[in-house]
Design a protein. Structure first.
Length: 357
């Protein structure tokens, strides 16, 4: 049977596990603190030696490890390829801003949303990540950053996977993330990006987890959106925007709309004007992303001039807009591509025991 992943458990659940091992309640707080520092059982100094051994032998404490790392010479961005306990691979990006370190996390191995421009979804979804595997990505990055006396300050759920398609584990992860005895990252420092799963968006607004919601819109109308994103066949833009308005009302936070500009598809000033019409009276901000070419799908990005024209048209219509800064241009392209390159090279979907060692 698989070992229980202790990093996914909250202090109450740890208390339960420890009581089954005949340990007193107060050990739960100690253990929780150590786990979230990424400390191996052998080094959990204030736990009795016998307990440390039992934890090391019978439980999983550190479910993620870095298999490969690339550092950008341009801006210090780091791209990590992580290996999970079962050999599956995920990836993430650490961005170094003047205000701190932002880590982009994956929430699933692959993705089943099928967006045409996205490399993460080309082979579908292999499985959901556990809460511990999401936290584990932060612990890996924190270990790297500790060498420079730094840590992860902001988290964006924008790596591989659709966070709201892994709802329970993501909510569990967010509650663990802001626990004062753990990594302790506040919800205001977290962004969750979704392709727009309406029922989950409505449920999430009730969780009292006021993270910034990023909505991958990428189109000014249903027709174009449906040509890019299969999820748009399930929920209309009106339904998605209504769920966004609800999120703003419930959390008081503005919504960020992600819009990847794709040559010949959605990048004309008339598209910008139509978009502005849809976003009227919505407390929001638009983030323009130059598309990272996905040759497998024949989609191309746009020129600087086209980006400027689009931005200007939005601004003239009174919409707050920025162009997303590209980071780590020299180390990789779109999300999901490092994993794909690795899988192509090795001809395998997972890493073998040998590579993992
Ligand atoms: N499933 C979530 C989060 C992961 S994708 C979502 O859909 O939002 C993170 C962001 O990267 C999304 O806005 C997604 O649409 C965008 N993206 C994916 N592939 C891209 C590409 N080739 N170029 C630019 N942005 C891309």
């Amino acid at each position: 049977m698989d070992k229980v992943d202790l990093l996914s458990l909250n202090p109450d659940e740890l208390e339960q596990v420890l009581s089954e091992l005949g340990e007193p309640k107060f050990r739960a707080k100690q253990l929780f603190g150590w786990l979230h520092k990424g400390v191996a059982p052998e080094e959990m100094r204030n736990l009795p030696a016998g307990l440390r051994t039992r934890i090391a032998e019978n439980f999983l404490t550190n479910p993620v490890r870095i298999l490969e790392e690339k550092v950008s010479k341009l801006d210090g961005t780091r791209k990590f390829l992580y290996a999970l306990e079962d050999g599956n691979l995920i990836e993430g990006v650490l961005m170094r801003y003047h205000y701190g370190n932002t880590l982009c996390l994956s929430t699933q191995v692959g993705c089943r949303m099928g967006c045409r421009f996205c490399a993460s979804t080309l082979e579908g979804c292999v499985r959901n990540l556990t809460a511990g595997e999401m936290l584990g990505q932060i612990l890996c990055a924190n270990r790297k950053l500790a060498e420079e006396g730094e840590r992860v300050g902001n988290v964006v759920l924008m790596g591989s996977g659709e966070p709201l398609d892994n709802y329970d584990n993501v909510v569990r992860f967010l509650r663990l993330l802001h626990h004062p005895d753990g990594v302790c990252i506040g919800m205001r420092s977290v962004s969750l990006s979704t392709c727009g799963l309406v029922p989950q968006m409505l449920a999430f607004a009730e969780e009292n987890l006021p993270v910034t919601l990023s909505l991958s819109l990428h189109a000014p109308d249903d027709e174009i959106r449906r040509s890019l994103m299969p999820v748009a066949n399930r929920y209309s833009m009106d339904e998605v925007l209504c769920a966004c308005r609800n999120y703003v009302k419930k959390t008081g936070r503005r919504v960020i709309f992600e819009y990847a500009l794709i040559h010949g598809v959605n990048s004309l000033p008339e598209h910008a004007r139509a978009l502005a019409g849809k976003l009227r009276n919505l407390q929001c901000h638009v983030n323009l992303i130059p598309l990272n070419d996905v040759p497998e799908r024949g989609l191309k990005g746009v020129s600087e001039k086209e980006i400027d024209r689009f931005r200007q048209a939005l601004e003239e219509a009174g919409i707050s807009v920025t162009r997303r800064r590209e980071m780590g241009d020299d180390i990789d392209g779109a999300c999901g591509q490092l994993r794909r390159h690795y899988l192509k090279q090795s001809g395998e979907n997972r890493v073998t025991g040998e590579e993992q060692a």
